[in-house]
Design a protein around this ligand. Structure first.
Ligand code: UDP
Ligand code: MG
Length: 336
């Protein structure tokens, strides 16, 4: 209780000396059609949030350009916003949304940081509510989608199946239907920045942190313009990253499977021996031999493949390459 009070009073002292800063981190990849719509939709709510922050309160939007090949950067630099700082962190190529998000979290200077999608699927009207909950003392404020009608049937049902499997096998279950849209206190951002893994599965990292988040519900909207960057294959890889990143059960399960199979094989072998001794040699057996060989062969390959998934990730981790490369940082507008 004492530590809690101390850290709270420290935060309060920091806030009163220079006012709080709210950072919005927005990864963008080929989003020329959504930038303008996003900025004009989000700024009124940033103003509202700024008022909640009180005297000296400020807001900034950090766009992380994840290797766009269209006019995304030009569209951002063309924005003329008065009471909010806009910065662009330009990555040297497309590193994927989670790495872009990590870059944004590293660059954000806010006392509270909110990662947000640019396509307005994360409604900006939730922002002031998040800030209010943060000011009331919550270090993590989750925005939970109450209905995902805007997503396709396939995306909804595959997401549902994924959450079910994930929560069953990982030690720290995650709340279904929470995306990356959430408010993080500076303390949490600093912890996340220290997490060294290359395979970033942000939702898994957040649930691993704990902190008993405050939740705010919202309706998931359809994408306002442009199109989703997720294809079936990237969602599949994302799901595998999520599971291998937080559980070793898929690796361990094979020793049990092998054990059970060995016991069955032992009984079967004993029965075969007795049968041969009693009834003599029974030569025809091609079909049963084939079935056993093929089944065991394929099961072996699946097990090896799963081991390969982990070994591949270990190889990536030991190389220790940076998660992303910042090619340029551009200051678009500074608060006046
Ligand atoms: N995004 C990114 N890098 C990528 C793919 C996506 O920075 O490689 C950004 C994209 O510009 C958007 C956000 O991540 O701001 C969410 O992407 P999208 O809307 O395509 O995903 P969905 O909402 O369909 O899951
Ligand atoms: Mg989207």
């Amino acid at each position: 209780m004492t530590t809690r009070n101390t850290s709270k009073s420290k935060v309060a002292a920091a806030k009163s000396s220079r006012g709080s800063l709210l950072s919005i981190v927005v990864p963008v990849f080929n989003e020329e059609s959504t930038i303008g719509l996003f900025v004009s939709a989000v700024t009124p709510f940033l103003d509202e949030a700024c008022k909640l922050l009180g005297k000296g309160g400020q807001t900034e939007i950090v766009f992380v350009d994840d290797g766009s090949r269209d006019q995304t950067i030009e569209r951002i630099t063309a924005q003329n916003v008065k009471n909010c700082t806009i910065r662009i962190v330009k990555l040297s190529r497309n590193f994927g949304k989670d790495s872009a998000l990590a870059a944004g979290l590293d660059q954000a200077r806010g006392d509270a940081v909110v990662p947000m999608d640019v396509d307005l699927q994360d409604p900006p009207e939730v922002l002031p509510k998040m800030v209010a909950a943060w000011l009331a003392g919550s270090k993590v404020v989750n925005a939970v989608r109450v209905d995902r009608d805007a997503d396709s049937w396939f995306k909804r049902s595959s997401a549902e199946a994924f959450y079910k499997i994930y929560n069953r096998i990982s030690a720290q279950p995650m709340e279904p239907n929470v995306g990356d849209y959430r408010l993080l206190d500076r303390e949490i951002v600093d912890i996340l920045k220290k997490m060294p893994e290359r395979t970033r599965f942000m939702k898994g990292l957040f649930s691993w942190l704990g902190y008993n988040p405050h939740t705010i519900e919202y309706q998931r909207q359809a994408r306002i313009a442009g199109e989703t960057k997720w294809r079936f294959w990237s969602l599949w890889n994302f799901a595998i990253d999520g599971i291998t990143g937080s559980s070793t059960l898929p690796l361990r399960v094979w020793s049990y499977f092998g054990g059970v199979l060995a016991i069955i094989a032992l009984f079967y072998a004993a029965w075969l021996m007795i049968r041969t001794l009693v009834f003599g040699v029974d030569v025809p057996g091609y079909a049963s031999l084939m079935v056993v060989t093929l089944t065991l062969g394929s099961v072996n390959m699946i097990a090896l493949g799963i081991v390969g998934e982990y070994v591949g990730r270990i190889a990536i981790e030991v190389r220790q390459r940076p998660l992303y490369i910042v090619e340029d940082s551009i200051e678009v507008s500074a608060e006046k």
